[in-house]
Structures are given as C-alpha cells and as structure tokens.
Design a protein around this ligand. Structure first.
Ligand code: DGY
Length: 323
C-alpha cells in the first residue's frame, strides 16, 4: 500500500503525477492553498504533507499522529515550530536554490521602481497628469553608482550583489551573522557592522530569514540611522521589520521611500497607511512567483517529500532539524 499524503496547495499536474507514482495523495481542490483549519481536518491519516507557509505548530502535529514529513514549498520556513517538530520527530524540508535568481530579479524591480518612481509615474500618464517632464516631483534617485546595503548575505543576497556590482556599478556593503571572505573576494562586496551599513547605504535591503533573533531587527532606532534619502527594501519576511516604525519613518520623512514584498500581516489590511503612500512600491509576496520557478519549487518539494517517505535522506532538510 502506498503512503498517504496531503497536498495543501495547487501544484502543476506533472508534479502531481510524479507524487502519484509513490504516494496516495489527497489534494486541496480550491484555487490557492488550504488554510490552517482545513489542514487540521486532513492530516489524521497522513504521513506527509506539502504546503507553503501554513503554521506547523504543536496543535497541528497533535492532529497528525502518523506525520513523518512536512515539505514546505518555499525557502523560508518560519512557519515551522521547530521545537514541536523536533519533539514529535517530524522532518521538515524547504526549497532553497531554485528561486534565487527570480527573487533577486524582483528585488531589483523594487529598487528600480521605488528609485525611479515607476508606479507613481505610470499613474501620472494614465490619469492625464503628464504636462511636462521637468517637474521636480518626477525626479527620482540614481541606482547606478550608489551604495546598496544588504542585510543577510545568503544565496539570494549574493545574487542581488552580483546584479548590483556588475550590472549597476554599485558599491555593496553587507551585514551577516558570519563574515564571508570568499563572497567578498568573488563579488567585491564589503562587510560592515549593521549601524555602519545603515548610515552609509542609499538602498537598504533586508534579506535575512525570520528567526527569534531577527524579529523586528529593523526598528525605530535603525530607521533613525539611515540616510534621509535612503530607500528601504524588504523581501525577507514582514516581521524582520517593525512595520509601525517603518510607517513612522516614512511619515516623518526619515527615509525617502520603500519597496516591499512582505508585510507583518498578509494579505495587508486595506487601512494600512502604506497603501496610501505614493513613495512606497508594494507587491503581494511574489518574490519567487514566476511560472518556471514556482514549478521548480513544487517539484523540489515533491522530491524532498518522496525521498523522506522512501526512507532516504532528502537533500533539503532544514538545518535546525538535521540529525
Ligand atoms: C520563500 O520561498 O520563502 C519566498 O518568500 C517565496 O516568495
């Protein structure tokens, strides 16, 4: 008899076919992804689950007595309660690598859009406000030859640095838990402590994973250190930044703009002040959202799941859950 699993998110049919060779699967039939309550009702007889971002906590694990593996279709895994998973002996995997270039492209789209006011100017054209091109409010900020500060020099951070250094002649500072000499040499980036990075960067990018240590690591004190014309970019997780402090910094013109793909509450509330700010570019957590990359992520997540259930060691067990 094949192992029973649940697929909590819509995935491409070829990935379903691959899973079907090894497992009996039940899948979420809606358009997007099963919510937490739906998951609770599905996992009592399942040994594996493929999901993206849904909280995997003690309560959920208690409703899933047979569960052996949770395969996240994302690189971030802040939805995992690592302690509870360890206690229950449940394996957790993610999808690193296949999304790096796609997320790095989105980061550059946000940098360029915020710096050159692309969204605001698009609405100027559409609303018939294009009278001259000399109005100072149309002037943006140069990206080329400026300084980019990257907080979190992982794989995606390095792909952003590559674009910045070799595509836009930028100086790149980075702050990371561990200094990376080989990356410094290869990409010509410089290590800086966090405060120096914040003081010297024209663009500040947060690309670190969300952990207890990085929760609200960018707060009022950090915004106060930034240049008044700095543009702040977050494509990590919303809660690495205190969103209230970000809103205050924008309202008080402590920084000049922002480009955001992630928020403390997703989807964002329509009364969030960020919505009304023309100097802020907002995207709905689409860092990895191209057809090819999402297909690749689904296939990698499926392979992780199948390997784990066939008794092999999947390549992408999250570090905290490695034996
Ligand atoms: C991830 O995979 O963690 C990204 O946030 C998806 O865009």
């Amino acid at each position: 008899m094949k192992t029973k699993i649940y697929i909590a998110k819509k995935i491409p049919s070829h990935v379903e076919e691959y899973i079907g060779k090894y497992c009996d699967y039940e899948k979420y039939e809606g358009e997007d992804a099963a919510g937490y309550e739906e998951l609770l009702s599905k996992l009592h007889d399942k040994e594996g689950v493929m999901l993206s971002g849904t909280k995997v906590d003690k309560n959920l694990l208690e409703c899933a007595p047979l569960l052996k593996v949770v395969s996240n279709i994302s690189v971030g895994y802040n939805n995992f309660d690592i302690g509870a998973m360890k206690e229950k002996g449940v394996m957790g995997t993610n999808t690193p690598g296949v999304l790096n270039d796609t997320v790095a492209d989105l980061i550059f789209a946000l940098i360029l859009s915020a710096a050159r006011k692309i969204v605001e100017m698009d609405s100027y054209v559409r609303e018939g406000k294009w009278i001259s091109t000399d109005a100072e409010k149309m002037f943006g900020k140069d990206v080329h030859h400026s300084t980019l500060g990257i907080i979190g020099m992982g794989r995606i951070g390095q792909d952003v640095a590559k674009r910045a250094r070799f595509g836009f002649d930028m100086d790149v500072l980075y702050y990371n838990r561990k200094r990376k000499a080989e990356v410094e040499e290869k990409l010509g980036v410089k290590y800086a402590d966090l405060n120096t990075l914040l003081r010297q960067s024209d663009f500040v990018l947060v690309m670190t994973s969300l952990t207890d240590e990085t929760y609200h690591m960018i707060d009022e004190e950090q915004f106060n250190l930034m240049k008044r014309d700095a543009i702040f970019i977050n494509v990590s997780r919303g809660a690495t930044v205190n969103e209230k402090a970000l809103i205050k910094a924008l309202e008080e013109k402590k920084i000049s703009g922002a480009g955001l793909d992630v928020y403390e509450k997703e989807p964002i509330d329509m009364d969030n002040p960020l919505i009304k700010m023309p100097n802020v570019v907002l995207t709905p957590h689409i860092g990895s959202a191209t057809k090819k990359t999402r297909n690749d992520m689904a296939m990698l997540a499926a392979q992780n799941l199948v390997k784990a259930l066939c008794g092999e060691i999947p390549p992408n067990i999250v570090p905290e859950l490695k034996a």
